[in-house]
Design a protein around this ligand. Structure first.
Ligand SMILES: Nc1ncnc2c1ncn2[C@@H]1O[C@H](COP(=O)(O)OP(=O)(O)O)[C@@H](O)[C@H]1O
Ligand SMILES: [Mg+2]
Length: 263
């Protein structure tokens, strides 16, 4: 059974008389243990889709099931429980509480659930897992951007969610730090089997995952697995192109030659 299943998912924003179809009938199935990326230009609907999948937004239409539980008819309270128990969020801006230590930040989501005496130990283990065991007592201002994001990743995992949703998690980081964040997420995926969906406009980030879904105008225009030509085309942003880069260069050279001949 898929961990996430969307069918004809739609989100329409109304601004006065005009409507924006931010997510326009998306069907998507994600299996447990997948490590995938959602790509697309700015405004293509990536954040809206992720927020719908994470039950932060209610869709205008369509169906959505998380871990086999339909969520469309759920009350606000039920949605809050689903978010807390089944979904881990990671954001571009880390969103750590500045007055709390790294460990306290990781433990924060535990406050909103049933008491778990082992929570503190698990939070420590997660900090170790993301390579920050030594920094447990530091506050966010005493940590680099990459370290803050790793704290945020540990926090996203503390309630053992079915899926982690990350919106541009490397958007504020330089490329070397971005690589360590991707390596951390990949380790968590391999070692703990965590299902991870990353929104990014960075082809390097998306290219290190196993599957890329490309959006354009709120629709899926490519959904490809790593290791194929179609995957590389989807990364490059031209999923409908029939010709590869090499072929395009030859086509252009041919045109230049013809002009040089005075044709
Ligand atoms: N709260 C909102 N109200 C009105 N329009 C919105 C709102 N949020 C997003 N949009 C519009 O929906 C479209 C998709 O936005 P978004 O999901 O943020 O795209 P992305 O994350 O790919 O940049 C855009 O046209 C955006 O302007
Ligand atoms: Mg966005």
């Amino acid at each position: 059974m898929p961990i996430l299943e969307a069918e004809g998912l739609t989100k329409v924003y109304r601004r006065g008389a005009s409507e924006v179809h931010a997510v326009d009938g998306i069907s998507l199935s994600v299996e447990a243990g997948e490590f995938m990326a959602i790509m697309g230009r700015s405004g293509s609907g990536k954040t809206t889709l992720l927020d719908l999948l994470g039950c932060l937004l209610r869709p205008t239409g369509g169906e959505l099931a998380i871990d086999g539980h339909g969520v469309i008819g759920a009350s606000d309270g039920e949605l809050a429980t689903i978010r807390r128990q089944r979904i881990g969020f990671v954001f571009q801006e880390f969103n750590l509480i500045p007055t709390l230590t790294a460990l306290e930040n990781v433990m924060l989501p535990l406050r909103y659930g049933p008491r778990r005496p082992e929570g503190r130990r698990e939070a420590r283990e997660l900090l170790d897992l993301v390579g920050l065991g030594e920094r447990a007592g530091h506050r966010p201002t005493e940590l680099s951007g990459g370290e803050q994001q790793r704290v945020a990743i540990a926090r996203a995992l503390v309630n053992e969610p079915a899926v982690v949703l990350a919106d541009e998690p490397t958007g504020e980081l330089d490329s070397a730090t971005s690589d360590t964040i991707m390596a951390t997420l990949r380790d968590l995926n391999r070692e703990r089997g965590v299902t991870i969906i990353i929104v990014t406009h960075d082809a390097g980030v998306a290219g290190s995952t196993d599957r890329v879904v490309r959006l354009s105008d709120g629709k899926v225009v490519a959904d490809e697995r790593a290791g194929t030509r179609a995957f590389r085309r989807a990364l490059a942003g031209d999923p409908t192109a029939e010709t590869g880069a090499g072929e395009r260069v030859w086509a252009r050279l041919g045109g230049l030659l013809e002009r040089a001949r005075g044709a």
